[in-house]
Design a protein around this ligand. Structure first.
Ligand code: PGA
Ligand code: ZN
Length: 426
């Protein structure tokens, strides 16, 4: 049973405050968790409660959320069975009483939700992936390394947010990590050679000023070759252009960083189709904005049989929205971010809803992270088969990849690497 819950304000990878929670059980088992934070957030995400006190951290303090954990939540959960995650989360949802967790804050609720799961796993002497996923949890996700950053994650000339490297042809997670990292280093030397910046963006990918958005894809393909791998077979490309950020009121997309050009929805779809025709792209996330459901239906008709079409901003890890998407033929995969919905139980519900519609699920970090590695365990526990947690660079990104190495080691010969499992070959 839960003996005590406490919380504190710590910093995330962008130097913004976030919530860290400590849970102690009556048997002495402990669980700690820290909450991530996005920059290109979806409009229907659960509310991240911030103090809005301009005298502290530019208004971004989380003292209120911390106080909610130490006060109302700690009181309500004292003595509760930590192994009943559904009941723990339900208690917090009822205490909050809002649809979007604006009363207590999704950052308060999620921190407790994850820390309780960790404490319960410790109490049962199990790794978190095994505690949440049971014996069946043996699938190591295919990592998607965001090695070139743009959009809201970097101050360069690239409009699209994420250009990701996917080592589909590896035979183990450890090999996938090695392949991705070798290409990352190869890309660095190519950028250097071309006189481009090798400074990095929020997720550890390089953030050079490029001549065009498509140049990023070509540079990555060059990197794959330079590292001695075959593009398309061994390493493919996944994109998250995060186009909700490019959407403008008049119903068009503006390329505000590169050339100030504009495209309507169907021109965007033409762009993606031409890229998919030319390059080994196997996954496209938020290829259209969260405001553009009609465009999404068309995009899904045009490209849904060829590549994975992932809804992030548009779905917000929300089971109700995912169901609506399934009903309307929007996308074929759901990104899963624990803080978009704000509890472990609802995250698992979102995954179940997505799967019930034949959608693949794709576990994700946020651009603002801590060294908390919960999502690595979550990816294995849910047998998601794919995960993105940035470049193989920066402590808060490699924390997750390193945890997956440990999980693969623990599973030994039971471990299965997902590889192509979720993807169609180009
Ligand atoms: P965010 O971006 O964490 O800044 O919202 C990640 C994403 O769009 O996938
Ligand atoms: Zn995204």
């Amino acid at each position: 049973a839960i003996a005590s819950i406490t919380a504190r304000e710590i910093l995330d990878s962008r130097g913004n405050p976030t919530v860290e929670v400590d849970v102690v059980l009556t048997d002495g088992s402990k669980g700690r968790a820290a909450v991530p934070s996005g920059a290109s957030t979806g409009i229907r995400e659960a509310v991240e409660l911030r103090d809005a006190d301009p005298k502290r951290y530019g208004g971004k303090g989380v003292k209120k959320a911390v106080a909610n954990v130490k006060g109302a939540i700690a009181t309500a959960l004292k003595g509760a069975d930590a192994t009943n995650q559904a009941a723990i989360d339900q208690t917090m949802l009822e205490l909050d009483g809002t649809e979007n967790k604006s009363q207590l804050g999704a950052n308060a609720i999620l921190g407790v939700s994850m820390a309780v799961a960790r404490a319960a796993a410790t109490s049962e002497n199990l790794s978190v992936f095994r505690y949440l996923g049971g014996e069946a949890a043996t699938l190591l996700p295919t990592p998607c390394f965001n090695i070139l950053n743009g959009g809201a994650h970097a101050d360069n000339s690239v409009d699209f947010q994420e250009y990701k490297l996917v080592p589909v042809g590896a035979t183990s997670f450890a090999q996938a990590l090695q392949m991705g990292t070798e290409v990352y280093h190869a890309l660095k030397s190519i950028l250097k050679q071309k006189g481009y910046s090798t400074g990095i963006g929020d997720e550890g990918g390089f953030a050079p000023d490029l001549k065009a958005n498509v140049e990023a894809v070509e540079l990555i393909l060059e990197g794959i070759e330079k590292a001695g791998y075959k593009s398309g077979e061994e390493l493919a490309i996944a994109l998250d252009p995060a186009t909700s950020e490019l959407w403008r009121e008049g119903g068009y997309y503006e390329f505000f960083k590169s050339d100030q050009s504009q495209k309507n929805s169907s021109q965007m779809i033409d762009l993606w189709e031409s890229w998919v025709n030319q390059y080994p792209i196997i996954s496209l996330e938020d290829g259209l904005g969260e405001q553009d459901w009609q465009g999404w239906q068309e995009l899904t008709k045009r490209l849904g049989d060829r590549i994975q079409l992932v809804g992030d901003d548009i779905f917000c890890t929300n089971p109700k929205i995912i169901q609506e998407a399934i009903d309307k033929g929007v996308g074929n995969a759901s990104l899963i971010k624990v803080n978009q919905i704000g509890s472990i139980t609802e995250t698992l519900a979102a995954i179940n809803t997505a799967r019930s519609g034949g959608y693949t699920v794709y576990i994700s970090h946020r651009s603002g992270e801590t060294t908390d590695d919960f999502i690595a365990d979550l990816a294995v526990a849910t047998m998601a088969g794919q995960l993105k947690t940035g470049a193989p660079c920066r402590g808060e990104r490699v924390a997750k990849y390193n945890q997956l190495l440990r999980i693969e080691e623990e599973l030994g010969n039971k471990a299965v690497y997902a590889g192509w499992q979720n993807f169609k070959k180009p």
